[in-house]
Design a protein around this ligand. Structure first.
Ligand SMILES: *[C@@H]1O[C@H](CO)[C@@H](O)[C@H](O)[C@H]1NC(C)=O
Ligand SMILES: *[C@@H]1O[C@H](CO)[C@@H](O)[C@H](O)[C@H]1NC(C)=O
Length: 288
């Protein structure tokens, strides 16, 4: 799938912005904190309900009418909740910028929830994230507050140096861990009121304040903008993980075993014959 959108500036490293309309369908900010390894350190009182030792009420069920949930471009009344999901790993240095950006979003903040999954971090990512989450909840004006902020910690004991993370040999394991962490995050943060999910990487440094409106207005179930990368003397499309299939790429894939994994990017080896979105120019997009 190829979709034109405004360029988004990104820092080095993996950058993904992905908006997913959710088929399933919330006012002060609620900050929740969950850890998956030390059950004694749970801070969130809501978690007490998970403790089997506590008495449960007799009428212990919820009813949700999800027929009222719509994810549509036609919605100009801003009543669709958006969940922004971001995995963080050794990312303390990105957190300030991340919050500056989400705080600038023009989409009504009471309709935005934030979900974070922090893994394998020794650089104070969790502490800094908790601090920022507290700050945006307590210090901001009510209209600036997000609906909910949830921080989940799940360690995979997978550590890669910045130099090694793009090595071909580690890609399958790295992507396996990335998939797991995204599954944990989505499964933990998705609630019945969410119409759209925005996957936003923690190291994206700049995007339009109208990002959510821009993406939802395209009226697509899944949409990926072309992230733009630049250094002091170079610039270009960044993300090699979004592409357009070609006849040749389909033919090549028909020769693969179900267990084969294709790794996109600038790796030497098989030519998969896909056209990366990052290689597309505005001119070539207009011809599509
Ligand atoms: C969602 O769509 C249904 C069916 O089209 C409609 O009846 C309902 O009013 C919509 N709800 C909202 C909140 O827009
Ligand atoms: C791809 O294959 C289809 C079906 O055989 C054909 O109609 C189309 O022209 C091909 N596209 C290109 C760019 O060769």
């Amino acid at each position: 799938m190829i979709t034109a959108s405004r360029p988004v500036l990104v820092a080095a490293a993996l950058s993904v912005i992905l908006l997913v309309s959710w088929l399933v369908s919330t006012s002060s900010t609620q900050v929740n904190w969950y850890t998956c390894h030390d059950t004694n350190s749970k801070v969130d009182t809501a978690n007490k309900a998970m403790d089997g030792s506590l008495a449960r009420p007799v009428n212990n069920f919820n009813y949700f009418d999800m027929n009222q949930l719509n994810a549509s471009a036609q919605d100009t009344h801003y009543n669709q909740h958006v969940l922004i999901l971001t995995p963080f790993k050794e990312a303390a240095r990105h957190i300030e910028r991340y919050f500056e950006n989400v705080n600038s979003l023009t989409y009504p903040h009471h309709l935005i929830s934030l979900g974070f999954l922090v893994s394998d971090s020794q650089d104070g990512t969790i502490e800094k994230l908790q601090q920022h989450a507290q700050d945006v909840s307590k210090q901001q004006e009510p209209w600036q507050r997000f609906n909910r902020i949830s921080i989940f910690q799940k360690d995979f004991d997978f550590v890669l140096s910045e130099e090694d993370r793009h090595d071909y040999d580690v890609q399958i394991k790295r992507r396996e861990i990335m998939s797991k962490s995204r599954n944990y995050l989505l499964a933990s943060a998705l609630t019945e009121d969410i119409a759209w999910v925005l996957w936003l990487d923690g190291d994206v440094i700049e995007y339009p304040a109208t990002l959510i409106e821009d993406l939802t207005s395209m009226d697509k179930d899944v949409i990926v903008p072309n992230c733009w990368w630049h250094s002091y003397n170079e610039e270009g499309g960044y993300d090699k993980n979004n592409w357009q299939e070609t006849n040749e790429s389909w033919a090549f894939q028909s020769t693969l075993k179900p267990t084969d994994v294709l790794v996109e990017g600038t790796y030497v080896g098989v030519r998969v014959n896909r056209i990366p979105v990052s290689g597309l120019t505005l001119a070539s997009l207009n011809r599509l």
